[in-house]
Design a protein around this ligand. Sequence first.
Ligand SMILES: [Zn+2]
Length: 303
Amino acid sequence: MKFIVSVSKLENFIFFLKNLSCYHFSCQKAFNQQWLLETGKLTSKEKAVLKELRGLLKNTNHPKELLKKFKAKSLFKNRFETIWQKERKILERWKKVLKRELNKRFFDQLLDELSVLYSTHFKRPSVGICLLLSAKDLLAGEVEDGRIAIKCSGLEINKKNLRKIESVIFHELVHANLEEEVKKLIRKYIRKRDLEEFKKTKIFRKIRSLSRILRELILSSFLPRGYLGEKYFSDNLRKSVNPSFLKEIKSNKNLSNLEVFIAYKLYPLAKKYIEEKRPIDFDFLEKIISKWKEYEVSPLKSF
Ligand SMILES: [Zn+2]
């Protein structure tokens, strides 16, 4: 399999606008904070225009259409240029490094393991990855229209960060290509199992889809942290559990903290599934649900 890595100014501009608009729960508030710190607070006109953009994004997510419809984009050109001129060099450097490293290592075994786990064959000969802006020390990934976007301009170039990015790429690769069977399984599970109590949680109220949450929790039991993160990308979740980390998880209940909690707690089970070549099943979902419950009740006690 070949990885095709790209950096595009236009894609970054569109991402910049979308992220500033906060139209979706996946928008990164921390990126906006840094960008606005560097370019000044939003004016009331800009705020009004971003509200308009949020409305537009509810109806279209297609980049070309969006740019055509969003007339006020020039209002943000200067801000974007300031950030872009600062960050583009690091994105270009990451592009080179990722192109070389991703195509150098052989990920066949990892892909086989993921295919068994997700009961789906991975058939694509190549994977496109576009690199986007982030903020200092922050990394995020996302899939849009089957393409993987990695937000990584805030990461210094080094081996540790390279492994982190690779691990996030494989997480997104599963979302983009391997989840069809697991989606069906989750639908069946949700029909059978009474999960009403989880609809009261802060996490559900934000994301509003049990299926989406369960997909994230399954995948993050393996990648980017969890068992496969450790096996292939030197992740050190099990070693990094310490008091301040526990405090953070306890004081701030959100999906990414829950993901880390579950990856930590389900590590032995995830390892067992991979070693026994067992696909995701109702038993695995039951374990996820019981850990989610444990997290909601008292994460500190259970660690
Ligand atoms: Zn994900």
